[in-house]
Design a protein around this ligand. Structure first.
Ligand SMILES: [Zn+2]
Length: 309
């Protein structure tokens, strides 16, 4: 007997957001999958769109809730990083605020209506319009981290980063971080970037989501071991170097490059090119996970993400 698939819109913070609800036979976990928290991350949006397409003919135990594009106004406006109405990064707003601005209310309603009560959460991302990256999965320390780590490995991307809780973490207010705080096994999975719709990255997301289903015991059989790829590299720190002054950013490294602490990895210069404002050096031994691909950087602008042990 096939699954029941219902495609409808759910109202979150007054916005109509597409939702795919898939109900399998028999009791099982509730998996929530979100993409488009950032509206220009097309490879991850496409991955979730494609993944949800054929469940009518698949066998499933448990339930899936999938949102292919959460930040619908960011998608419509082609606005990278933010919800355009308030300029806030939705993935810094979780678990949200019911009396806040639109991004904060959208985070709140998403957390209350979709994330809470789930057994597992996958938030699918890629590099945004001006970010290049190596595919990686991020999860947080916390009560559900053992399961989250298994999900991160199952997703099948080359790098897995564990983030400690507390003020030192590179990124706070994420959907997966808020879910982890609530004891839900959650990952942020990143493949693709630069506003591109690359087939390889889309396929990574589809395969990763299917392997998470297997891990959670929601689909029969075992995933194809040959397809799973080699064991990922694990990192315990995620460092996000920034520049001091605004200017023209020119990295000398690429995502996936291995760097040593203190090694020059790029520069920021004046817009006319006459003045070197800052030489950027690697803050630790590690691998370049993502890189701001646009030369335009603001003061205190984010330059890259480094995975370090
Ligand atoms: Zn993102």
């Amino acid at each position: 007997m096939p699954c029941t698939v219902v495609r409808r819109e759910i109202e979150l913070a007054g916005l109509k957001v597409p939702l795919v609800e898939i109900t399998g036979r028999g009791d099982g976990p509730l998996l929530t999958v979100i993409a488009g928290v950032h509206g220009c991350e097309y490879a991850s949006i496409a991955g979730v769109r494609r993944w949800t397409r054929d469940f009518e003919t698949r066998e499933l135990t448990g339930r899936i809730r999938a949102v292919p594009v959460l930040n619908v106004t960011g998608f419509a406006a082609r606005a990278p990083f933010v919800v355009p109405e308030d300029g806030k990064n939705l993935n810094r707003c979780f678990p949200g605020d019911p009396s806040g601005t639109l991004a904060e209310r959208l985070a709140y309603d998403t957390f209350r209506q979709l994330i809470e009560g789930s057994d597992a959460l996958v938030d699918a991302h890629c590099g945004d319009m001006v970010e290049a990256l190596q595919p990686f999965t991020l999860y947080e320390a916390g009560p559900a981290e053992d399961r989250a780590r298994e999900m991160a490995v199952a997703y099948g991307l080359p790098y897995v980063i564990r983030q400690e809780r507390g003020p030192d973490r590179a990124v706070a207010g994420t959907s997966s971080g808020a879910a982890a705080e609530a004891g839900i096994a959650a990952i942020t999975a990143e493949a693709g970037g630069c506003g591109l719709l690359e087939e390889d990255a889309v396929a990574l997301h589809v395969a990763g989501l299917n392997r998470v289903l297997h891990l959670l015991g929601m689909t029969p059989g075992q995933p194809d071991a040959a397809e799973a790829g080699p064991e990922p590299h694990f990192f315990g720190r995620f460092l996000w170097p920034r520049c001091r002054a605004a200017g023209w950013w020119e990295p000398t490294v690429a995502p996936g490059d291995l760097v040593a602490a203190g090694q020059p990895i790029g520069s920021v210069s004046s817009l006319d090119g006459s003045q070197l404002l800052e030489t950027i050096t690697a803050p630790a031994d590690g691998v370049i996970i993502f890189l701001t691909s646009s030369p335009a950087v603001a003061a205190d602008g984010l330059l890259l993400g480094l995975g370090a042990s």
